[in-house]
Design a protein around this ligand. Structure first.
Ligand SMILES: *[C@@H]1O[C@H](CO)[C@@H](O)[C@H](O)[C@H]1NC(C)=O
Ligand SMILES: *[C@@H]1O[C@H](CO)[C@@H](O)[C@H](O)[C@H]1NC(C)=O
Ligand SMILES: *[C@@H]1O[C@H](CO)[C@@H](O)[C@H](O)[C@H]1NC(C)=O
Ligand SMILES: *[C@@H]1O[C@H](CO)[C@@H](O)[C@H](O)[C@H]1NC(C)=O
Ligand SMILES: *[C@@H]1O[C@H](CO)[C@@H](O)[C@H](O)[C@H]1NC(C)=O
Length: 364
């Protein structure tokens, strides 16, 4: 008890001593308050200013970093575009109007004719050859064909980008290349020609370069399959005087090619329908954030005026379009398939059942 009491006394003494020291200290400090306090404040303010400065700097650095790729890619084009700026073009359209300066020739009086970039995204035997010739009959449109059917051009992203850059710079030569006044330039690109394999990069390219996508798909995938098989058959048999033709320009030729009636393997048929159905729907999902239009072959066959929607989409003046292509398979599907009963049984009750009723005769 005593010890404890003594201990407490000691503590008190210490506390008292400490307090006196503190007051002494405080007194010492208070002798020059006007100098020390503002100094601390200034240091704090300075520190704050530096922090804010560093923050703003890092922000701008980050932003520049993000923009850098875009800036670099667009800088040259932007600089070239400036003198041609047309105030009638709405702001939202500006990314889609270009003023290319080809390396191989001079656009002369058309240097300031705005050019739209497009790509017809399609699948084999879906009418893209026909639609492309129709578009090419327009005096301002150049669609340069299936450029990526050549493997080396799609062997990697670098090769694809280089090919597209050349095309959109109006340096690509094909029979479809128009004069220096071309106002819409593009190509026909099959989904399985490196497009879907590199879809992320391609969506980025389309958005960066302002490329508009024209989807051309076929609703009836059974008719498409018949066309694939018949085309493969002709490729081997060369029925037209020893030459293979994927597209024909006369009724006689069409009739000869349509005489072949494929026998379709049930299992292969279901696999193929599922595969092509998935490819088409994946493409629509993957490219949904690009500027695009979706066109169905059957609708165009029924109503050619549908193509005026494409001219609208490309902001091209409306014109009557023409093509020499003649449709090959024009009868009811049952007349174009050898084992119709089998095919009928195979598809009955599946989600592909409606393909069985497809007729391709409707044509305006
Ligand atoms: C279309 O081409 C014609 C002939 O080359 C040209 O006179 C006209 O200005 C072009 N139209 C557009 C919209 O570029
Ligand atoms: C890309 O493909 C082209 C053409 O096939 C080839 O010359 C080039 O070396 C390839 N580049 C890369 C990075 O693989
Ligand atoms: C094949 O050649 C003959 C003679 O040259 C010609 O009369 C005929 O029209 C040709 N047929 C086709 C399908 O091209
Ligand atoms: C044909 O297509 C055009 C353009 O989409 C449309 O305006 C028109 O109504 C269609 N005509 C018929 C008969 O469906
Ligand atoms: C196909 O057409 C026939 C009549 O032409 C109809 O009875 C049948 O329900 C149709 N089937 C489908 C799947 O549309």
């Amino acid at each position: 008890m005593e010890e404890a009491g003594r201990e407490r006394d000691r503590t008190v003494a210490v506390v008292v001593e400490d307090t006196s020291a503190a007051t002494k200290d405080a007194a010492a400090v208070s002798t020059k308050p006007a100098k020390r306090y503002p100094l601390a404040l200034w240091v704090a303010i300075l520190g704050l200013i530096m922090l804010v400065g560093v923050y703003i700097f890092s922000l701008s650095l980050k932003q520049n970093g993000m923009l850098f790729g875009l800036m670099q890619a667009n800088m040259i084009e932007k600089e070239r575009e400036k003198p041609c700026h047309d105030p009638r073009i709405p702001d939202a359209e500006i990314p889609y109007v270009h003023y290319p300066t080809p390396n191989t020739y001079d656009r002369e009086e058309c240097v300031c004719t705005g050019v739209r970039f497009f790509a017809i995204l399609s699948m084999q035997r879906s009418g893209s050859g026909w639609v492309e010739t129709l578009l090419n009959s327009h005096p301002n449109i150049s669609s340069n064909g299936e450029i990526f059917s050549v493997k080396e051009r799609r062997s990697n992203i670098t090769a694809i980008t280089k090919t597209l850059d050349k095309l959109y710079n109006l340096d690509w030569y094909s029979s479809a290349a128009k004069n220096e006044c071309t106002a819409a330039v593009g190509l026909k690109w099959m989904l399985n020609q490196g497009l879907m394999k590199n879809h992320q990069e391609m969506v980025r390219y389309f958005n960066r370069r302002g490329v508009s996508a024209i989807f051309l798909l076929r609703r009836n995938l059974l008719q498409r399959y018949v066309s694939i098989l018949a085309n493969a058959h002709d490729s081997a048999m060369k029925q037209l005087n020893g030459t293979h033709k994927a597209h024909v320009h006369s009724k006689d030729e069409a009739e000869i090619l349509a005489q072949y009636k494929p026998t379709i393997d049930r299992k292969m048929l279901i696999t193929e329908l599922k595969r092509s159905d998935k490819l088409a729907s994946d493409a629509l999902v993957n490219f949904k954030n690009t500027r695009h239009i979706v066109l169905y072959y059957e609708d165009v066959v029924r109503n050619r005026t549908k193509l005026m929607d494409v001219l609208d989409f490309l902001r091209m003046p409306k014109r009557k379009l023409s093509s020499r292509h003649v449709k090959i398979h024009t009868k009811q599907l049952c007349d174009h398939i050898d084992n119709w009963a089998d095919v009928n049984n195979a598809l009955m009750g599946t989600r592909f059942e409606s393909f069985l009723n497809g007729s391709s005769r409707r044509r305006s």
